[in-house]
Design a protein around this ligand. Structure first.
Ligand code: GDP
Ligand code: IMO
Ligand code: MG
Length: 424
């Protein structure tokens, strides 16, 4: 059976976690393919809110297996906290959470390097989540990293010590004052490793390919969003992995011809947390309303998210790069009450109108051109079927479908698992 992919089409926080949780009933295996604890995936059901960072969003279902793929970077300290949260809810994960031996480990000194790099950049900082993501992927591609499989070797601590020593030397390069207590960090790290070692380590590419042969259904869960992709995002204001569809192939060991549906998740408007260009960003009442009604605060860092209108130029670009087969629109309920809605359909780029995403979308080069729509005032949050949705919202969706040439299959009308409308 083919592997279906689910990924974010904007700058992250589109609502991926919610939809993975909703779709898990249709799958045998949920597999995270990239990113690490920079992600924050929120799931709400039965009156509880859960935020997952590294653990796949299928973990709350009884039977689905959850795989942390080779493309993921794991911080044992944060991972331990996530597992303890599951313990509190009596979730038995021991037999259904499997970790790729090839996943890389985030060391405490990776976090220090992330902080030092960001501080040294001053105003030009990326706005990283400071989870050590960039330095860990740098060690991976630089062929210096430590992997989960190394923990099965007797001498893993030697490897840890020598990499840590190198990082401490590298810290000296940054002319900034980063305070730390290495012994304390190491003790915490070792506790995390002990907990991680209670789980099953697997050769995940072998496991997933065998599962496909056995006709098991697999959903690959992405983190971040397409505009944060290391190649196709708004570089350098991106994360350090391929968040787009190709990242699922390399992050799980699944061949491109084994990919089935690609579910593209997007918000009915746009948000971004951290630095970097954002052509449709709003600095007025409308933006403030989106932030307030949508509770737009980062699930990992708590930072306020920047808000703006839907950007179809960027959305079409993301659809193209990912080969999206089905769109899923989140947070339409947040737009209830706006008299007029705007959708960016092209940019004025260096004096000319363009409909593709240009190399540089900094504000000095790009001005968004908008198409206006009539809003709706109905409260969507209690609606359960498509025929209850207001006509103006259906017109908004129809326009998105026409422009992207991809059907919108799910309309999410609230954060709860139940507030999900599937369209025929
Ligand atoms: P992810 O990183 O893509 O999984 O998304 P996050 O969890 O970081 O952010 C999405 C936020 O929106 C979370 O607080 C969700 O609970 C919330 N959410 C998801 N879908 C909806 C929706 O349709 N309506 C509203 N109002 N909130 C939603
Ligand atoms: P989920 O999976 C939103 C952003 C950071 C920063 C940039 C680089 O919840 O959608 P990093 O820590 O990766 O070096 O930060 O990427 N970022 C996210 N923004 N959602 C995320 O994940 C993000 N993960 C990273 O804010 O701008
Ligand atoms: Mg998030």
């Amino acid at each position: 059976m083919a592997v279906d992919l689910l990924l974010g089409l904007q700058w992250g926080d589109e609502g991926k976690g919610k939809i993975v949780d909703v779709l898990t009933q249709n799958y045998d295996i949920i597999a995270r393919f990239q990113g690490g604890p920079n992600a924050g995936h929120t799931l709400i059901f039965d009156g509880f809110k859960h935020v997952l960072h590294t653990i796949p969003s299928g973990i709350f279902h009884k039977t689905a297996l959850n795989v942390v793929g080779n493309g993921v970077v794991i911080d044992p300290v944060i991972f331990k906290k996530e597992l303890e949260n599951l313990d509190q809810h009596n979730i038995d994960y021991t037999s259904k959470l499997l970790i790729s031996r090839k996943a890389h480990l985030i060391l405490p000194t990776h976090r220090l390097l992330d902080a030092a790099s960001e501080t040294s950049k001053g105003k030009a900082k990326i706005g990283s989540t400071l989870k050590g993501i960039g330095p860990t992927y740098m060690d991976k591609t630089g062929r210096n990293g430590m992997r989960v499989g190394d923990l099965e070797l007797d001498n893993w601590k030697d490897k840890y010590k020598s990499l840590t020593k190198k990082h401490i030397k590298m810290l000296e390069f940054f002319d900034v004052d980063i305070q730390y207590d290495l012994d304390e960090l190491e003790a915490e790290f070792c506790l995390g490793i002990d907990k991680l070692k209670t789980l099953q380590f697997i050769d995940s590419e072998e496991f997933l390919n065998n599962a496909m042969k056995e006709k098991k259904s697999i959903l690959a869960e992405g983190a971040q969003g397409s505009l944060l992709d290391i190649d196709f995002g708004t570089y350098p204001f991106v994360t350090s992995s391929n968040t787009t569809a190709a990242g699922a192939c390399t992050g799980l060991g699944v061949a491109p011809n084994k990919i089935g549906d690609v579910f593209g998740i997007f918000k009915a408007y746009t948000t971004r947390v951290g630095s970097g260009p954002f052509p449709t960003e709003l600095f007025d009442e409308d933006g403030a309303t989106m932030a307030k009604v949508g509770h737009e605060f980062g699930a990992t860092t708590g930072r306020p998210r920047r808000c703006g209108w839907l950007d179809l130029v960027a959305l079409k670009y993301a659809n193209q790069v990912n080969g999206v087969t089905q769109l899923m629109m989140m947070k339409g309920d947040v737009l209830s009450g706006f008299k007029t809605l705007k959708v960016c359909t092209s940019y004025k780029y260096k004096g000319k109108e363009v409909t593709h995403l240009p190399y540089n979308i900094e504000p000095e080069n790009v001005t968004p051109v908008y198409t206006e729509f009539k809003g709706w005032s109905d409260d969507l949050t209690g609606m359960t079927s498509e025929d209850q949705l207001p006509q103006n919202l259906l017109d908004y969706i129809a326009f998105i479908e026409k422009e992207t040439e991809v059907p919108v299959k799910i309309v999410s009308v609230g954060p709860d698992r139940k507030q999900t409308i599937t369209r025929q």
